[in-house]
Design a protein around this ligand. Structure first.
Ligand code: ACO
Ligand code: HSE
Length: 393
């Protein structure tokens, strides 16, 4: 039996600029999720948050797609870390580029995730135990199909704007090509139409770190209440380096020592950068599930938008009426400008309506999460102009 439960209203949070409504929707046996791997997933649950007010004709929906380790708490206090304001506090709120006085914002935790949407840590109704590695392998297409089912459930046909960075950008591209008639405007940020060999390689390093942890137990760690925290932390440490840039590492840390005057001739965290990475790894394991990390990185690896279109990316966008704004960052070496430009070239070849901006910054890939005034100004302008075209008040 399918049902939707609004589970909480965001408590007063001085740092939150807008009230969030958190909800979970469960899809029963009558509405299975048909996965690309051939499995029908049922039942399954989607956890999501909304901000702002849906207008009468349901034409003001902004769908925000999160990145690899993000979640639905885009502009609200994180329930595990307690960090206020969400992961995109400068983007979402009253008067901000995604203006919650004007738009109805939806952000869903992806399928395979660990923040309320069904994923490998949840109970498999067939066995009564956590899925672990018996959870089916999921794709970006599956994530978007699940999101579309939620929008259908909410009676929302059209999306005014779909936006996201990194893996969120992959979902944006998937939305615009799988459901072109539903997407008025699309903003893929710091992303690619297919995952590069280098990026698959980094993901494989992370996965091997998790699997090498003796506490991983072939993915069944929840049965024994163990946790491959060390492996997951190493995976995050390696990945975190890729989210920054050499210039940013140099600017923030250089070769500075951590709370000491000289090196110790040992393997303690002598350097600030070591201490910083250890901190990033150890805090990450508190908020993320190791098996979810395996599944979601795999989904990114499999992403190749042109593959089903004879290898020609432009074919994926044939006939599109969606307005695109593609954003990249000069110092992003994970999803470099060249990857983003390929999307723009394909859109041009399909005679699509597309704008492109490369933001000059030394902050690397995760610049999209940080204070980048040029990005905010560009997106405020683009989204505002699209809203006028759409006739939104
Ligand atoms: C789109 C999505 O879905 S987002 C998903 C979830 N969010 C993320 O993945 C964000 C992950 N990335 C980060 O947090 C990053 O740090 C970045 C790349 C965004 C950079 O953010 P910045 O604001 O520049 O923060 P910075 O990288 O300096 O890290 C600050 C933290 O490191 C800690 N830190 C800084 N130096 C050191 C050090 N020498 N030793 C130990 N810890 C240190 C700070 O105390 C601070 O801790 P806090 O986060 O608990 O306050
Ligand atoms: N740092 C972000 C973006 C990575 O692509 C995350 O962990 O989701």
């Amino acid at each position: 039996m399918s049902q939707t439960v609004e589970i909480q209203r965001q408590p007063d949070d001085a740092a939150a600029r807008v009230k969030a409504v958190s909800a979970v929707t469960t899809f029963g046996p009558e509405a299975p999720l048909q996965l690309d791997c051939g499995v029908s997933l049922s039942p399954f649950t989607i956890a999501y948050e909304t901000y702002g007010t849906l207008n009468v004709d349901k034409s003001n929906v902004v769908l925000i797609c999160h990145a690899l380790t993000g979640d639905q708490h885009v502009a609200s206090r994180h329930p595990i870390t307690g960090k206020p304001g969400g992961w995109w506090p400068m983007m979402v709120g009253p008067g901000l580029p995604i203006d919650t006085d004007r738009y109805f914002v939806i952000c869903q935790n992806v399928i395979g995730g660990c923040m309320g949407t069904t994923g490998p840590k949840d109970i498999d109704p067939g066995t009564g135990k956590p899925y672990g590695l018996s959870f089916p392998v999921i794709t970006i297409g599956d994530m978007v199909r699940a999101q579309a089912m939620l929008l259908d459930r909410l009676g929302i046909k059209d999306i005014f704007c779909v936006i996201g960075g990194s893996m969120g950008g992959m979902q944006v591209l998937q939305w615009a090509t799988a459901y072109p008639e539903r997407v008025f405007s699309a903003i893929p940020i710091a992303t690619a139409a297919r995952h590069s060999a280098q990026n698959i390689a980094f993901h494989e390093v992370g996965r091997q770190a998790i699997m090498a942890d003796p506490e991983w137990h072939a993915g069944a760690y929840l049965d024994g209440e163990t946790s491959p925290a060390k492996g997951l932390a190493v995976a995050r440490m390696a990945a975190h380096i890729t989210y920054l840039s050499e210039a940013a590492l140099h600017r923030k840390f250089g070769r500075n020592l951590q709370n000491r005057d000289k090196v110790t001739y040992g393997f303690d965290a002598d350097f600030q950068i070591e201490s910083y990475l250890r901190y990033q790894g150890s805090t990450f394991v508190d908020r993320f599930d190791a098996n979810s990390y395996l599944y979601i990185t795999r989904a990114m690896d499999y992403f190749d938008l042109a593959a089903d279109c004879g290898g020609v990316l432009a074919n994926a966008f044939k006939g599109t009426k969606t307005r695109f704004c593609v954003v990249s960052f000069t110092s992003d070496w994970l999803f470099p400008t060249s990857d983003n430009r390929q999307i723009v070239h394909a859109l041009n070849a399909a005679a699509a309506n597309v704008s492109f901006v490369e933001i000059d910054t030394d902050k690397g890939h995760d610049a999209f999460l940080l204070d980048e005034p040029e990005m905010f100004a560009t997106l405020k302008g683009f989204i505002g102009a699209a809203a006028e075209r759409r006739g939104l008040k």
